[in-house]
Design a protein around this ligand. Sequence first.
Ligand code: HEC
Length: 148
Amino acid sequence: MRQATPDDHRPSAARPRRAATPTLIAAAALACLALIAGPVLSAAVEPDGDLMRSIDDTTKGLDSSVSQHDLAAATQQAQELAAVFSQISEHYAAQPDHADAVDFSRKTRQFAEQALQSLKSGDFDAASGHVLNLTRSCKACHQVYKKD
Ligand code: HEC
């Protein structure tokens, strides 16, 4: 019998993996539109379940890269997180009455950027503190915006 781990917040049957394909096509279509329309269309992305699960993987990866002092992996993961939360903040900025969500995503991005700065100076202890703040800032947004 398989033991449930804390990561098993959902049965795998509830995860429609194939849904990624239309998402990718939509993203590609949007990217083309953005090329045509120029800076008018921002790179905003909606934080749906698929994106969040991938963010979750990257965050866990960052945490372990920092504790293993893997500079290259940690740098890349922190950059990815900074970029994606920048896009998420643009998504919320385009909606009325979502100022707090813009704030939550900007804060999360700032913690990723602070972790990057610490990594640049080789200070893994400081980076680890920023990663802790980053994971706390995930929860702050979830308390308001994630419906269970
Ligand atoms: C700006 C708001 C916001 C921030 C910041 C945020 N999230 Fe989320 N998160 C959401 C929303 C909204 C959902 C619900 C998405 C859905 O199911 O449509 C969610 C869902 C999730 C889920 C559940 C996905 C699923 O359906 O299985 C995970 C895991 C998750 N987030 C991880 C993270 C991690 C890790 C961070 C921080 C690095 C983070 N989130 C930061 C808004 C946010």
